[in-house]
Structure formats: C-alpha cells, structure tokens
Design a protein around this ligand. Structure first.
Ligand code: AHR
Length: 532
C-alpha cells in the first residue's frame, strides 16, 4: 500500500470513530423530556401519613436502634438515642407503627410496663431474648421526642379482646379508673394520644392463619370493645381503626378484601373501620435472594420493574373497595412496603439486616409517587422498617449512625406532606435492560402547604441523563430551586466510614415565562420547588 493510500485510510477510520462518538454522545445527552403541570388544577390531599414509619421488635430495630437505656454512654434522653431522634425529627415522621408486624400478635402489653418487666423470647425474629424494656411508656416518649403520632397494633392473634381494651383504657383514659391510676403511677398522668389502631397483623399468616370470615368476626368484636377514651380524641382527631387487609394480588387476597369490604358495606352502628391495611414488599422471589449492595444493572432493573407492581395492586384492591365504599370512607393503608433483600452475610439469622443503596432511593420515590397518584384512597403507608431492619432510614452500630439513601428521599419529600396533588402530563419514555423494560422517567407534582408548587422527577435510566423542559401553567413561575439525589453506581451506599456517598445536592434551575429547564443525572431523584 502506498503511503498516501494508508494516510487516507487512517483519516477515513478517524472520521468514522469521530462520527460514532458524536452520535453516541448526542444520543446520551439529547434526551429531552417534556413535562407539563397546570398549577390551577388540583386533586386529592397527599396525606402526611403516606410517609409513616414502622418499628417492630425485630433485630436492632428497637434495641440498639432507638433504645440504648439511660445508663448507656451513647447520648440519650431517658434511654432513647439523641442522634436518631434528631435525624427523625428532620423527616417529620407522621406516625410510627409499633410493636409489629408479626411481633404484635404475640405481644402482651403488661409485660412492658412498670418497674419489673417480663423477659420473654422473640420466636418470630431470631428466637432472641425480648427484655420488654421498651414498652408503652418508652414508645410514647419516643413518639413525643420525634414529634410524631402513635400507630399501635393490638394483639388480635394470641391476645384477648379484654387485653386489648384494657391496653387502650390504660393508654387513653382521662378519668380516675384503676388503669388510669396505674398509668399515672408509672409516670404519665395525662392520657396518651393513640392516633391509629391496628387490628392485628397479617392475620392470614403469622397473625393466626385465619380465614377472612373468622378474622372478620373477631375484628368486629375488637372494633366494638377496644375504645379510645382520650377526651381530646372524642369529637375531632378520632382514632382510626385499621383492619388487616391483603398481602398480594392472588385470589386469596382479593377474597380477603371482598369479605371485609362487603361486610363494611352493610355495617351497623356497633362496629366500623376507617382503614384496610395492605402489605406489599418488593422481593421478586422468596426467600429474599437479591443483594442489597454489590449488584449490577440486572438486579437494578429487575427490582425497579417489580416495585412498579404496587400500582396494579392498589388498583385491584381499590376497585373492590369502590364496590362497597364508593365514597372512599375506608382508606387503603399500605402499612408495610419496601425492598426486602438477602440479609447481610454474618448478620444474625432473622434480624433482616440489609444495606440501602441508590436503588432503594429510586424505589422509594417510585412508590411514594404511586401512593400520591392514588391519594384519594391511599391515605397511609408505612415503610418497613425505620431503623436497622429491611429498607430503613437509619443504620446504627453501637454509637455510630448513618443516614441511608432512602432517608434522603423521605427528607426531600417532606414538602409533599399534606400537600394537594396536581396532575402532571409527560411521556415517560422507556428504559430497557435485557429482558426488562420500564418507564424511564416518573414525575409527580403537588401544591405544598407553603403555597409553592413542588415537582418530583425520577430518572430511572442508569446511563442516560435527561434534559427536562417543564412547562408550568396556572401560575407565573419565576423562581425555582431544587435538590437531586444520585451517586456513582446503582448500588452506591452510605457507610459509617463514608456516610455521604449518596446525599442530595442543590441543583441550578432556571424559571422563565412559565418554563423551567433542568438536567437530570442518570439514576436520580429530583425535587424542585417553584414560586411565583
Ligand atoms: O417487616 C417484617 C415482617 O414482614 C412483619 O413482621 C410482617 O408483618 C411481615 O410479614
């Protein structure tokens, strides 16, 4: 080959490479997503209780995570960790569901009051000693310290109606009954507020393997006799009573919802419920086998695809509820949800210890958006579980504490608490990986209590950024600011050694003439506020 020919050939190949790079980068960069929000339109209220938490006597969820005891060198207030309280206050936890879970149907409240506690075993979760040091008063103190409300689940499985009704009288009576006096003698003369009451837990499974008919009969008796006597909760702020509801989409679950709601449709003055619970974990296969970190794009795409099934599940059970309760008086309360993965190697069997990655942050945002879109029926949800268990907000190890990516999403969503849903239109596009194909972008908007318009946008695609053109009608959008949560990898996590690998960062946005432009990083959760 002549020298001239070889130079030409080289130039030609260089040009081809250049063209390829240009094409790929423009494909990666120019992915404009048009999102329109009309701030003059509004939907249902996004109940703050959608951001509820769940704290079960399980692993280090309570002991170590919340309770260290008053004599601990870990800074605490009456035995409750100060660092955890500080972190939880910042996410405005609306309610905490306690004491379980499966634990609730084996919990006997008297074991956990007074100077001498009853030491038992916790057969559901690792068979360890349950010291009952953290009981009613400690839980209520914790609730008070974080500025939240109590969602107490009574023992409908192995307890009696009398036991549950006595517990409620003990907690809430304002008149001088023997139980009220006992509460006062134990340090709390004023009645406690019990905002939400759970009538058993998973009664179709760990809560007693009941048929829907048997549960219904038992639940009706509980709703009749388990009363809240708090004088401040008689006319307004009445306690919500939540019946056990479905745990999936199969026939046995639709039968369950049908049975409870059909009965509700014909209920008399002497019993009633204000909510039906639903449990739905993102787990893909049982026993949980997906890793909570140290995974790649396959597991990222598969878990996020699976988590979107929450939407169909809500639709399925809401449709049954609509038949018997068209006015939507009974709320659907998703009081256990989140990613459930293989427990960390070396952790105690049954303690459900897992890490929490950027994937969980995105999973949380997608689910919160689903709840918000169904806010007319879904008026409560409790992520499982608050500290050190499953998809938690916080991880602790002795005196150390780290905030998870999921925590940061809950913090970014605080303005959505008790906001008003505003419809958003957008083409969500497609993110494809192998056999998995799912919407690439998700978005949700609401009018906050602060008068601002809040918009959340998730870019699920782990490789492609998204240019967003956000058109805002119904207000003269002038100023905007926002935060974005992303990280280097889909399985990036925060650790005690590196606590800030996944934290939100301020982003720059321009608002002009009702238009906003912003660039979403791949695999990111973004919340923007828009003012006029
Ligand atoms: O959150 C862990 C367990 O999952 C709960 O105790 C139970 O209700 C569910 O099966």
């Amino acid at each position: 080959m002549s020298v001239a020919k070889s130079i030409l050939l080289r130039l030609y190949s260089l040009a081809l490479v250049f063209l390829g790079i240009t094409l790929v980068s423009s494909f990666l960069l120019a992915q404009t997503v048009q999102i329109s929000v009309d701030a003059s339109k509004s939907g249902a209220k996004i109940d703050r209780n959608l951001f509820g938490q769940f704290a079960e006597h399980l692993g280090y969820g309570i002991y170590g995570g919340i309770w260290v005891g008053p004599d601990s060198p870990i800074p605490n207030t009456r035995g409750i960790r100060n660092d955890v309280v500080g972190a939880l206050k910042a996410i405005h936890v609306p309610n905490v569901r306690w004491p379980g879970g499966c634990f609730a149907d084996e919990y006997h409240w008297r074991d956990g009051i007074g100077p001498k506690r009853v030491v038992r075993l916790n057969p559901n979760w690792g068979g360890v000693i349950e010291p009952d040091t953290f009981g009613t008063h400690e839980f209520m103190d914790f609730i008070d310290q974080i500025g939240s409300e109590a969602y107490v689940s009574v023992n409908l499985g192995s307890g009696t109606v009398k036991e549950a009704s006595d517990w409620l009288e003990y907690m809430t009576a304002g008149q001088a009954t023997t139980l009220e006096q006992e509460r006062a003698a134990n340090g709390h003369p004023a009645p406690y507020k019990v905002a939400i009451l759970g009538l058993g837990n998973e009664s179709w499974d760990c809560g007693g393997n009941m048929t829907p008919e048997y549960y219904l009969d038992r639940m009706k008796v509980f709703t009749r006799f388990v009363r809240n006597y708090n004088p401040a909760q008689q006319d307004k702020d009445q306690m919500q009573k939540i019946a056990v509801g479905p745990g999936g989409s199969e026939q046995r679950w639709t039968d369950w919802t049908e049975t409870i709601m059909k009965a509700y449709g014909q209920h008399t003055w002497s019993w009633g419920i204000s909510g039906l619970s639903m449990h739905n974990y993102t787990v893909v296969k049982w026993p949980p086998a997906f890793k909570s970190f140290g995974f790649g794009e396959d597991e990222y795409a598969q878990i996020l695809k699976s988590t979107l099934e929450m939407d169909d599940l809500i639709k399925k059970h809401s449709a049954i509820m609509d038949k018997y309760d068209p006015e939507k008086k009974v709320a659907l309360i998703v009081d256990e949800w989140g990613g459930w993965y293989e427990q960390l190697p070396g952790s105690h069997r049954g303690f459900l210890v897992q890490q929490n990655s950027l994937r969980d942050a995105i999973l949380a945002a997608l689910n919160l958006n689903i709840f918000a879109r169904h806010a007319d029926r879904v008026r409560g949800a409790n992520i499982a579980q608050m500290i050190n268990v499953l998809q938690s907000m916080i991880l602790t190890e002795k005196e150390k504490m780290v905030l998870t990516p999921t925590y940061h999403v809950f913090k970014m969503y605080v303005p959505f608490q008790d906001s008003t849903f505003v419809p958003v239109t957008f083409k969500n596009g497609t993110y494809k990986h192998g056999d998995f194909s799912l919407p690439r972008v998700d978005a949700m908007a609401a009018k906050g209590k602060d008068g601002k318009l809040w918009v959340e946008i998730t870019n699920v695609d782990p490789s492609r950024p998204a240019e967003v053109d956000l058109s805002v009608a119904g207000m003269n959008a002038k100023a905007a600011s926002g935060e974005m949560l992303t990280a280097a990898k889909v399985d990036s996590v925060n650790t005690f050694e590196a606590p800030n690998s996944v934290v939100p960062k301020a982003i720059s946005t321009k608002a002009q003439g009702g238009k906003l432009t912003l660039t979403l990083a791949p695999k990111s959760v973004t919340v923007v506020s828009i003012e006029q």
